[in-house]
Design a binder for this molecule. Structure first.
Ligand code: ADP
Ligand code: TPW
Ligand code: MG
Length: 579
């Protein structure tokens, strides 16, 4: 090795005019050429210097405390920007830590690239026990949209180009890029290296729907007596906000936003059916899905939640295989949402009939009734707080600060916040997504603050927060405007369970009266213990005004929640154990 280095130095000396580049620099140049300005990761062999050099070259490199959180930051960066979020990890264990986030990105249709360093191929393939040995490419493959490995410096440009295009084109998703340690030090002629880079042209080409499909969709919609539009997070991702709003308003049809589509049109919009969800699902006769899948979150488009009335579905999605995934789609419209919605708008022509007035009235009055029922509960000033008292305060704060981004996870903390806190602008609510995963909290908060520069309010169950809690050091280190509110009910779902068989605590309870606010003080952030809605309001407003990293321990009555929040029905029932 040393001999080879000496020889190559001598070769350089013999031809001093020949400038060299190497794998490190080519990766950085390729990222910059493609407008990737931020990388989320954890340093270590073999990518420590890559991070250093990337930072020196002007890329923002954010170092996390755990790769999963860096990966979640990259995933949400992809959702917010339509550019792949990049996560950089070390080999085997770091790679595996990042892989959960990559799978999450794929499942949620967010564009993301996980770049992992890896060990020597020759040793890995012969299973000779290299440092952090693992066949990472094989492991990543089933969990992402595409997986590539680059062995030669001259292929870095094309490798990254493929990764970018795979992540953002068609249905977006996660891509794995494997960079073995040896690649980084490989030298090549600088000019040839520069030429080998690829700037991806039109990475996510528009996909226009067929005119026939557009006509069929409008015919079905026009035939409806009780139409409904469901907006999903694909619609939020598409950034076709004006076209979507124009289409929904022109149609006059009640709309139901899925959780991360809230704010495309404000939740307070007169057509919003969010507070009449069960009524519109049950009683609608034609349902137009825009960037939403008929998965478990929509009860697979059938069964009790959808009632007995026969239904016709119209579906707009970029992924043709999504059609008929659960039920027959009467009018599939395949294309990108911006193009599809614009095509629908154009084809609607000058006069489009309003939906039947009795249906609109039914939906509106159900909505008003439910909102009125909820209102007094949101105004209570109980101490310790219940969920509604605490959320009533946060609802007002978000109303007053509609450009703040809300991150939300937990069970009761998630389900109740989703219903109570109105969202007014697109892509302002980020949550557990398709898997209902715990642990996205601090990664999403950091990614959102970094990518948008907007203040972030993270509303976290005490259990949910625990999955990523160490990243409050990261929040403080980068001085991000993140306010974390922990709904501390001493446990998972409730803090009241008792172990009847021994002295260990019950499986769902945590330390009583824990003071999470003290954690952030260790890192110079602001910690507040809030025992009433009034105290909570003061603390959150102060945090949002100052932009200082803040963690508020909101003391919630341990008896206030319910098992699994709103999805307790998904728990399997024991055949022998009586509850
Ligand atoms: P939700 O959970 O909000 O219901 P899903 O994640 O189930 O949303 O659905 C999102 C859908 O949006 C996916 O089927 C995906 O293929 C689709 N999608 C994502 N981006 C686009 C786009 N730009 N154009 C069309 N469809 C898209
Ligand atoms: C990666 C299972 C769903 S919700 C939840 C867990 C552990 C925590 C609920 O308690 P929390 O909220 O956050 O305190 P609250 O208000 O109801 O008390 N592991 C992963 N994902 C999931 N979804 C779980 C476990 C779960
Ligand atoms: Mg809890």
């Amino acid at each position: 090795m040393a001999e080879a280095a000496v020889q190559s130095r001598e070769a350089n000396a013999a031809a001093p005019e020949r400038e060299l580049t190497d794998g490190f620099h080519l990766v950085i140049d390729a990222l910059k050429l493609n407008g990737i300005e931020t990388v989320y990761g954890v340093p270590g062999i073999p990518i420590t210097d890559l991070g250093r050099m990337a930072q020196a070259a002007g890329i923002r490199v954010l170092s996390f405390r755990h790769e999963q959180n860096a990966g979640y930051a990259a995933a949400i960066a992809g959702f917010l920007t339509k550019k792949p979020g990049v996560c950089l990890t070390v080999s085997a264990p770091g790679f595996l830590n990042g892989l959960t986030a990559l799978a999450h990105a794929t499942t949620n249709c967010f564009p993301m690239i996980l770049i992992s360093g890896s060990s020597e191929r020759e040793i890995v393939d012969l299973q000779q026990g290299d440092y952090e040995e693992m066949d990472q490419l094989a492991i990543a493959k089933p969990l992402c949209k595409a997986a590539f490995r680059v062995l030669h410096a001259q292929d870095i440009g094309i490798g990254l180009a493929r990764a970018i295009r795979a992540a953002v084109s068609g249905r977006p998703g996660g891509v794995y890029l494997d960079l073995p340690a040896k690649l980084f030090g490989q030298a090549m002629d600088a000019e040839a290296g520069q030429k080998s880079l690829v700037k991806v042209i039109d990475p996510a080409p528009a996909q226009l729907p067929a005119p026939d499909a557009v006509k069929r969709a409008l015919d079905v919609l026009k035939s409806a007596k009780r139409p409904l539009i469901i907006l999903g997070k694909g619609a939020a991702y598409a950034q076709a906000d004006d076209a979507i709003r124009a289409f929904v308003e022109r149609s006059g049809v009640p709309f139901l936003p899925m959780s991360m589509a809230k704010g495309l049109l404000p939740d307070t919009h007169p057509q919003c059916a969010g507070a009449a969800r069960s009524t519109v699902l049950k009683d609608s006769d034609v349902v137009l899905l825009i960037g939403a899948r008929l998965n478990w979150l929509l009860s697979h488009g059938k069964g009790k939640a959808w009632g007995d009335a026969p239904k016709k579905f119209i579906q707009i999605d970029i992924e043709p295989k999504e059609m008929d995934s659960n039920v027959e789609i009467a009018a599939p419209v395949v294309g990108d949402i911006g193009s599809c919605v614009s095509a629908l708008l154009n084809a609607m022509g000058g006069s489009w009939p309003a939906p039947p007035a009795d249906w609109v009235k039914t939906v509106t009055s159900k909505r008003e009734e439910n909102i009125a029922k909820m209102a007094p509960r949101l105004m209570n000033n109980n101490s310790p707080m219940d969920y509604h008292g605490a959320l009533g305060v946060l609802r007002t704060i978000v109303k007053e600060r509609p450009d703040a981004i809300l991150v939300n996870e937990g069970a009761n903390t998630l389900d109740l916040a989703r219903g109570v806190i109105d969202i007014y602008q697109p892509r302002k609510r980020l949550d557990v997504g398709t898997w209902g995963v715990m642990g996205i909290g601090m990664g999403y908060a950091i990614g959102a603050a970094v990518e948008t520069g907007k203040p972030v309010l993270a509303v976290e169950g005490d259990s949910a927060f625990g999955f990523s809690g160490m990243e409050i050091e990261t929040v403080c280190r980068y001085k991000l405007p993140v306010c974390v509110v922990i709904f501390n009910n001493d446990g998972i779902y409730r803090g009241t369970d008792v172990n009847s068989a021994g002295s260990d605590p019950a499986t769902t309870v945590f330390i009583k009266g824990a003071r999470y606010d003290k954690m952030i003080e260790a890192f110079g952030g602001v910690g507040v213990n809030a025992t009433s809605p009034d105290e909570l309001k003061r603390a959150v407003n102060a945090a949002m005004d100052s932009g200082q990293p803040t963690l508020i321990n909101a003391v919630i009555d341990p008896a206030a929640g319910s098992e699994s929040g709103r999805i307790g029905n998904l728990n399997p029932k024991s055949a022998v154990r009586k509850k």
